[in-house]
Each structure stands twice: as C-alpha cells, then as structure tokens.
Design a protein around this ligand. Structure first.
Ligand code: ADP
Ligand code: ZN
Length: 739
C-alpha cells in the first residue's frame, strides 16, 4: 500500500482499502472527515464506524476524501456495518432538505439513522409473544404482562422491552413462559414483513372514485415524479381510492409510504390494509417498540417491507425503491416538525419524490392554502371527489347565535344544543361535543386579589387539569399540585377556575345528561397511544352516547353512529394574530362537521358562535370552500405572505433578556445581504410566547418574494455575526406557528 493519497475521482463508487473517503458522522463537527478505506474496501454510502478522538462513532461514506490532511496521520475506517449502503437518492435528499431548511448535515444524517442497534451483527435472539394457554393463577404482575401483549397486538417484544413495558421483573415473564401463557421463540433478528397481495379485490368503486383511482394509477405506472392533490369531503372515499394507487405501486414492485398525522389513526388504517391486501404493513412511529422500529428500518432497506405507515419521520427511511408517498390529512399542522430540525414533512415529501421519481398523493377534505395554490398554479394535479360514498350526505350546518342566549356562569351548552343531544341519545345515536381546549379550565384566578396563576418558567398561564389533579403549563409541560391558598395574597378557598376546557365540559355534560354514557377524548387523558386507540375503537362500535373531545377527534376517525356535532366555541380559533387563524378554523370546523353522518343517517353540525356574521363562519355554514379559499388567497396575495411570498422566522433565546435583544438588534441592523434580494426584516420583537423554560425568546421575521433566493441570503446574513455560545439561534423556514 502506498503512502501517497490516491487520485480523487468524484464519480467513484467503490473505495479500496487505504483510499481516502469523506465521511459525515452524526456528531456536530460542521465538516466531513477524511478516513482511509477499511479492510476489504467499501461502497459509497456505506454505513461505517470510525474513530473520533478516543471514541467510535457512526457515519456514512459520502464520497472521496479531500486529502487536505497528512495522509500518514489519517485514521482508518474501523468497519462497515451490516446494512446496505445509503442510496444516492437518499443522500441527495438529505443534502437538499438540509440546504432548504438551513440544517447542518450531521443533524440531517441523524434523521436518517434513527434506528437502534444498526451496528449489531446479525444474530439470533429470543422474542416474546402471547402464548396459547391462560395461566391458572393470575397475579397483578402477570396481568400486566398479558395486558401489555394484548395492547400491542401481534407485535413481538424482547425480554427487556416486555418487562419494562409491563413494569415487572423479567422473572415474571419467564414464569409465564414456563406455563405456556407467553411464548418464547428464537428468531433471526429482523424478519421480513408478511407479503401484501395487491391482486386481492378491492371494494367496488363508485364512478367518480373509479375515475380518480384510474388517474392515480396512471401516475404510478408512469414511473415518473408527480404530485396530486386528492380533495374530497370526509367520507368520500379518499382512502379507498388511494389504496388503489398503493396496489398499483406494489404490483410494479415498488414500495409505498403512507403518512398519517396522528398515531391514534393507525389502528383503523392497519385494519383497512389488512382487509385490502391480506396482511399488515410495517409501522414507523413512536407507538411501536424499538425492536419493531429497527426491523422496519432494516426491512425497508432490504425490500422486506412493501408498505410503511408512519409519522413524518418515516420520510427519512432508507427505502430501496420508493414509488409512492401518500400524505393523508395533508393540511394537518403536525406535519411541521417544531423541534430540532424544523421541516415540513409535506413539502419534504414532494422533494424526496421528485428525486426518486415517485408519485405523491396529498389527501385532504380541507387542503392547506399552499397546496390549493400549487394546484391552481398547475404544479399539482387536482382530483376532486365531490360526493360522499353511498347514501351518506353532508351534514346540515347551522349556527347557534349565542348573543341572545342566557347561560348560568360556568355553563357552555346552550338549550338548543342540549335538546338536540337529548334527542340523539334517546334514539341510540351518538353526539359529539367539541371544544379545542385541553384541561379543565384555561385560567385559575384568585377572587380575593385577582392574581392569575402563571408558570414560573414561561410567559404562560397554568391550565388546571382536574383529571390529573394538577396545574400544567402547556408551553413547557411544567406542572404543580393544585393550590389550596392563593400564592399571592394567601387567601383560602379563593381560587376559581375560569373558562371552559374539555374536562369541565365533560362535567357539565354529566350533569345535563345523567343517563348517557360519556367518553372524553383528549390526548393527555390516556396513559398510552394504545389506550387511546382502544377508546376510539370502542366509540366506533357504539360504547358511548356522547363524545367530548379536543381537536384529536377532528382527525379522520370514522364513527358510523355519530349524527350530531356541537361546536362549543366556534370563535376560539378566530382570535389571535396567527396568519393562518382563519384557515385553521375553517379546516377544523369542516373536519369536525365531517365526523357527523358518515353512514346512512344524515348528520347535523351546530356551531355556537358570538360572531355569526364572520366571513369564516359564514363560509363554513354555506359549505362554500372555493369562496373561502379564493377570498383568503386574495388577502394573502395582497399582503405578500405565504403561499404568495416567503417568510423565515429567526428565534433567539437566552437567559439574559438584554443580551438577546441586543443581539437581535445587531442582526437587524446588518441587513445588507437581505436587502440585496429585496427582503425585509421585522423585529427584534418578543416572540408571542416570550419566555419558555426560563429562556427569553426574541423573534425576527424575514419576508421575501416568492422566488427570491432566501436561503442564500439568510446564510450570508447570519454569517456576519458570531453567536455567543449560550445564546441559541434557530431558523425556521416557512414558519407555521408563530411562537
Ligand atoms: P375518506 O378517506 O375520504 O374520509 P374513506 O375512504 O374512509 O373516506 O371512506 C368512508 C367510508 O366509506 C369507509 O367506511 C369506506 O370503507 C366506505 N367506502 C368508501 N368507498 C367505498 C366503496 N366504493 N365501497 C364500499 N365502501 C366504501
Ligand atoms: Zn412553563
């Protein structure tokens, strides 16, 4: 082996032992590192273990090394991991997504390797599943294990996962194995998933559904990139239709990915895939065990998983041959990652598909204005499903004008709504009362001194959660026990809950409808996603008469017995300074209304409002979506804001208020690079939530033309200053929420 660096070749695919390779690691170093190729050589994209100081870290071979370092001192790749190399398509995607969101490569790479134990050698291991026999003697600990196994259905556990999930020692598990109540098997790690059979017959489609399915299938057959906005009222059969596109994709031997905004929705979806294709797909979200996650990651790369259903981070899985990505409920705000790498999964889906020549289907009853505008501009194909499947019809929508209604203090359900609910309960139908506020009451106030209880670390009020017997900050999650005395004036029995939350509404409903079975759905009231799923399945089967819920219920569940939706406070979303307040309210109200009357019986949606004349409320009641979108688009175009202009948010935070303001001021003054592209900078101003976890937050907002090279200008702008180490700066391209 020579001691001179070999000649660099950018198109090189395989590197011999000793040749220089450039490796991105998952460590925040800000640059690619050179190593010598390992024994036996390696492919470009290889997942490798490399030495870094005294440690060993994971990385990916990105190309030839730079050779700007003493070759003799350059260290060698320790080993190549036993997984297929990262494909060029995924490397390009990570690079482009990083450039778009102004995120460093190391952070992007971490998104791409989020699976435990990737470096482990293939081996056998023991897995645990539910056994055939019931134990003759039940103990509480044994019960917990069997419950855990039930909760996760067919999924397998390792011994550690099972005992930890159930909160028992592993000897209890072993005891059940001996009895045959739990089965223990030796399996190779990471088995392929059961084959899905796309040739099984689907449901017979209505004519407009069939036409939509044909169009989507033709897209998949083309083998080229394309995005389709599949728009249709809730219950029009969008899922049914896009499953046909999935079938076509599987027939072509390519893989498909379906993104859902909410884990609680996966149970229903899995069942539908099972019915359609005879087996369940792979899952990727925070509700599956690490063992299953790792299996999904590996099988996706080896072709042992044809279809993945998952949360937004599934977009970074190492698919071997991705042909179709469906983004269901594409307008949903949870597609925007608000922590760490700030990306919008909907937009990144389009990026990845364009790189790997895949089709994208964006499905929604109420598309985002961005997608709507892209369809108008001809960038996306648009398919409309206008009627509901079968006899289901759109609900009657009416406003209840609250201005004339006299309600006792702490009461929120009007007499009109009460009578309608009673009628449903009497006839064995279901009613849903919707309020978009978690907890018992949004404000706790002292009647003696007027003090409002706030969070000690944030600029936010504490929300009473009576169910958990605590006050909770919805900003930072801090909680404390309910107070007995006012922390300000020390008066006793003076604290009062003000305003409604979902728990308080449940209390009122229990008093008003003592005979009814009431189920309250709020994400924080369930110990696990599985428990919440079970509750939702129960409701669909008729286990409740009245459902009380937050926005969780607005997301695509199918409740066939539901015929009445009562919106307690339709005005809630219209307040506030958010650019998208009207859009969000419109979508949410339409979605909630869409819960009602999904099967044969006609539904009714009633909205309690103090502003029946508000354009958004009127557009909802009229069911006139195009009028709403056109008006909203007009206003945004005038203001030059998204989707007709571009925004970037810069959030600065520090424990020192003065410092963070001074730094923001300095940035704002140095706006030369921004002015070069005609962009404007606003601020620094206190962020709408001005303090989180003890850190003061200041925001600058940059506004630019739609086609301006915003990222380049932002980079040049930020580069002018040195960020003090204890001050945090994060850039949010296309910010969604404005905090
Ligand atoms: P969306 O996704 O638009 O809300 P779904 O695909 O969930 O609509 O369809 C709503 C309901 O109607 C589901 O229960 C679905 O199984 C049923 N459905 C839709 N289309 C058909 C069809 N062609 N044949 C039988 N059932 C259908
Ligand atoms: Zn807080």
């Amino acid at each position: 082996m020579s001691e001179n660096p070999p000649i660099r070749d950018d198109a090189q695919e395989f590197f011999d032992e000793g040749q220089l390779v450039g490796v991105w690691t998952t460590q925040p170093l800000g640059r690619r590192l050179d190593y010598k190729g390992p024994e036996g050589g390696c492919w470009i994209g290889a997942f490798v273990e490399v030495p870094l100081g005294p440690r060993k870290v994971m990385g990916v071979v990105w190309g030839p090394g730079k050779g700007d370092w003493d070759y003799a001192k350059t260290r060698k790749v320790i080993r190549v991991l036993d997984v297929p190399p990262m494909r060029a398509e995924l490397r390009e995607f990570l690079e482009k997504a990083g450039a778009y969101t102004l995120t460093d490569m190391e952070s992007m790479l971490r998104l791409g390797v989020r699976a435990p134990g990737l470096g482990d050698p293939p081996s056998m291991r023991k897995i645990y599943r539910k056994g055939e026999v019931e134990p003759d003697r039940m103990t509480e600990a044994r019960g917990r294990i069997l419950d855990a196994l039930d909760e996760y259905g067919d999924l397998s556990f390792t011994l550690k996962e099972l005992s930890e999930t159930a909160g028992v020692t592993s000897s209890v598990v072993k005891g059940l194995v001996k009895l045959g109540a739990v089965s223990e098997q030796d399996t190779p790690r990471d088995l392929p998933f059961a084959r899905l059979d796309p040739s099984l017959p689907g449901k017979e489609l209505a004519p407009d559904q069939a036409e939509a399915a044909e169009q989507l299938k033709a897209g998949v057959r083309s083998g080229a990139y394309g995005t389709t906005l599949l728009r249709g009222v809730t219950g029009s059969g969008k899922t049914e239709v896009y499953l046909e596109a999935v079938a076509e994709c599987l027939r072509k031997g390519r893989q498909a990915l379906v993104l859902l905004p909410e884990i609680a929705l996966t149970a229903e979806f899995l069942t539908r895939v099972l019915e359609r294709f005879g087996a369940k797909p792979a899952e990727w979200h925070s509700g599956v065990t690490m063992t299953e996650r790792r299996r999904t990651w590996k099988m996706v790369g080896q072709g042992g998983a044809q279809l993945v259903v998952g949360a937004r981070s599934a977009l970074f899985l190492p698919f071997r041959e991705l042909g179709l990505i469906v983004v269901d409920e594409e307008h949903d705000t949870s597609y925007k990652q608000e922590d760490g790498v700030l990306y919008n999964a909907r937009d990144m889906t389009v990026l990845r598909a364009s790189i790997c020549s895949a089709q994208v289907i964006l499905a929604s009853a109420t598309p985002s204005l961005e997608s709507w505008a892209n369809a108008e501009a001809g960038k996306y194909t648009r398919i409309d499903l206008t009627s509901r499947y079968g006899d289901a019809v759109m609900p009657d929508m009416r406003a209840i004008d609250m201005r004339g209604v006299k309600l006792a203090g702490n009461r929120w359900i009007s007499p009109v709504l009460k009578a309608e609910v009673e009628a449903r309960v009497a006839s064995g139908e279901q009613a849903l009362l919707f309020i978009n506020r978690r907890g018992y009451a949004p404000v706790t106030i002292c009647r003696a001194c007027g003090h409002q209880i706030g969070c000690d670390h944030c600029d936010a009020r504490m929300v009473e959660h009576r169910f958990q017997k605590r006050l909770v900050c919805h900003q930072c999650g801090e909680s404390k026990a309910l107070h007995e005395i006012c922390p300000s004036c020390e008066a006793e029995d003076s604290l009062a809950a003000v305003g409604p939350g979902v728990e308080r509404l449940a209390e009122e409903a229990a008093e008003l409808f003592p005979e009814a079975r009431i189920s309250t759905l709020s994400s924080d009231m369930y110990g696990s996603a599985r428990a919440l799923k079970a509750e939702i399945v129960g409701i669909a089967e008729g286990a409740a008469d009245i459902i009380i819920g937050t926005q969780l219920v607005a997301k695509g569940h199918n409740f066939p017995l539901l015929t009445l939706v009562g919106v307690i406070d339709a005005d809630l979303g219209l307040q506030g300074s958010d650019l998208r307040a009207a859009e969000r309210t419109f979508q949410l109200m339409r979605q909630v209304a869409g819960r009602s009357g999904r099967s044969e019986k006609k539904g009714t949606a009633l909205m309690q409002t103090y502003q029946p004349e508000h354009p958004v409320i009127r557009a909802i009641l009229a069911g006139d979506e195009n009028a709403f979108w056109t008006a909203e688009a007009g206003e945004r175009r005038m203001a030059g804001v998204p989707p007709y202009g571009r925004l970037a948010g810069i959030i600065l935070s520090s424990t020192d208020l003065q410092e963070v303001f001074d730094f923001g001021g300095e940035l704002a003054r140095l706006d030369g690079p921004l002015r070069q592209i005609d962009a404007q900078v606003f601020g620094p101003a206190p962020a709408p939530i001005a303090r989180v976890r003890g850190r003061h937050r200041v925001r600058l907002l940059v506004k630019a033309d739609k086609n301006a090279p915003l990222q380049r200008a932002l980079k040049a702008w930020i580069k002018q200053v040195k960020v003090p180490t204890h001050l945090r700066l994060s850039i949010d391209i296309d910010p969604q929420s404005f905090y």
